[in-house]
Structure formats: C-alpha cells, structure tokens
Design a protein around this ligand. Structure first.
Ligand code: IDP
Ligand code: MG
Length: 160
C-alpha cells in the first residue's frame, strides 16, 4: 500500500480543451461541451477566439519538426476556436479518453472523435496530454481573470 500514490490519484487537475475550427464550423460546440459537462467536470474558462499564428505555433511547439506542422497551423488559425479550461480529479487522462485517439478512424465509438470525425487533420477537438501541459496551455490561451474559481451546486452529488 502506497499512500502517497493514492493521494496523487486524488489530485485536482486542470486541462485545456479546445473545439478546433472544424468543430465550430460544423456546429459541434454544444455537443462537445456537453460531454465534459455531463461527465461531471468543472468548467472554469470558456471563450470563442480567433487564434493568431504565433499562439498556434507556441501551443504546438513540440510538433515543429513534423511535415504536417504548417498545415496544422493553417488549420488551427483558419476560423474561430472555442477555448475551455476544465477542472477535476483525474480530468487530464479522463478528457483524453472522452476525446479518443488522434486518428478519428481509430478512435472508439462513444468518444468525441470516434463519433464525430473521420480524419486526423480534422479531428475537431484538442485536449492537454499531461497535468503540466494542462496548466501551461491554460496560461497560454487565457488571460488573467478569464479563468473563474467557483464551486458547482452539484459537487456533493459527484464526489462523496
Ligand atoms: P493529439 O491532438 O491527439 O494530442 P498530437 O500528436 O499531439 O495529437 O497532434 C496534435 C494535432 O496535430 C492532432 O490533433 C492533429 O490535429 C494534428 N496531427 C497530428 N498528426 C498528424 C498527421 O499525421 N497529419 C495531420 N495532422 C496531424
Ligand atoms: Mg497532443
């Protein structure tokens, strides 16, 4: 029994979720927000935003060497995105599960990409891949005051 590991599993995390331009253009914003809302996570930040090129490049800086990088930057800046900050215990990994595999054809039915998309280059949603990146990306996409600390009325009905 490793109490420090159990404690870390209970840690409250934050993740950056974004409806990409194809999701906005296809009218999937409500559907995508709804999946995280119904699951029981806490929405702390939400805005419609036209992403400038430098921000897209900073967000995806780890992929800078990839052949698809220029197309990825064009895609993300091609129209408005919906930026979200979500909080919860285990929210980072859980959101990645709700989103599904990067290639929508390999994403399981029931996941956002599995249900709503067909191609990697148009995979409708982003989710942070680690708690550290969750923090980094929320800081990158939201200004001071845009992320709100609050408690859901339903909190006692979600966690004992
Ligand atoms: P993720 O979004 O599932 O975390 P990453 O590997 O971090 O996947 O890639 C970031 C994004 O870059 C993907 O969601 C997708 O939009 C795009 N991307 C990744 N690989 C490819 C590719 O092979 N072709 C075109 N776009 C890609
Ligand atoms: Mg990623």
């Amino acid at each position: 029994f490793l109490p420090h590991l159990v404690a870390s599993m209970e840690e409250v995390e934050e993740t950056y979720i974004m409806v990409k331009p194809d999701g906005v253009q296809r009218g999937l914003v409500g559907e995508i927000i709804s999946r995280f809302e119904k699951k029981g996570f806490l929405l702390k930040g939400l805005k419609l935003f036209q992403c400038p090129k430098d921000l897209a490049e900073e967000h995806y800086k780890d992929l800078k060497g990839k052949s698809f990088f220029p197309k990825l930057i064009d895609y993300i800046t091609s129209g408005p995105v919906v930026c979200m900050a979500w909080e919860g215990v285990g929210v980072v990994a859980s959101a990645r599960k709700l989103i599904g595999a990067t290639n929508p054809l390999q994403a399981e039915p029931g996941t956002i990409r599995g249900d709503l998309a067909v191609q990697t280059g148009r995979n409708v949603v982003h989710g942070s891949d680690s708690p550290d990146n969750g923090k980094r990306e929320i800081d990158l996409w939201f200004k001071e005051g845009e992320v709100v600390q609050w408690t859901q009325a339903q909190a006692p009905w979600l966690r004992e």
